[in-house]
Design a protein around this ligand. Sequence first.
Ligand code: HEC
Length: 197
Amino acid sequence: MRLLKKLVGAALVLGAAGAVAGWVLSAPVRLDTETLAQLGPGDAARGKRIFYAGGCTSCHAKPGSQGDARLQLAGGLELKTPFGTFVPPNISQDAKDGIGAWSVEDLANAMMKGVSPSGEHFYPAFPYASYARMKPADIADLHAFMKTLPAVAGKAPANSLGFPFNIRRGIGLWKRLYLSDQPVVSFPEGTPDPVMA
Ligand code: HEC
């Protein structure tokens, strides 16, 4: 009996230590001040290029919209995956239902660190693992361009994910393994721009 009690005690201590370690390791990490200082003023014309290169409309446009209506970034498309259904949210300029109230720093932390203004992890169905390689100035340009887009009222439905994938904090552990801002390939000065060409 004594040995059993000791074993159970040890298992509880180990379990608690594991839970604490998991909690600490999964904490959201925001951009450092040095990176934020490189954001710059933002240029909407350059940001348009980033917006289309990033394919934002393919996930965030109102489903079924055509032409200019695809700039109504109301979200709502259902992305069905083995983890459940992800629904890209409203990222229009609506201050309540979209991201109209987001600062450029908020957008940079979302795009490069997958962290929301309130400090929650985003799911990598939002491809920030790719956007993490962007230059901070590109994010400022993108933010300036998005400011020129319309505000659309109405929240998109929430994601519908099964356990344990519905626990956002767990993404912090995934990020430790897979979220990196490297490698980045630089093209020589003067290389034609594949997006604008
Ligand atoms: C492959 C689909 C996909 C693409 C492409 C995509 N997103 Fe998203 N985005 C998502 C999903 C899914 C979420 C929600 C993630 C979550 O619930 O954690 C999201 C969330 C966001 C959020 C957080 C909004 C909020 O209210 O919390 C922002 C901002 C955002 N995306 C901006 C962009 C921008 C800007 C682009 C283009 C550069 C882009 N996204 C491209 C799928 C996408």
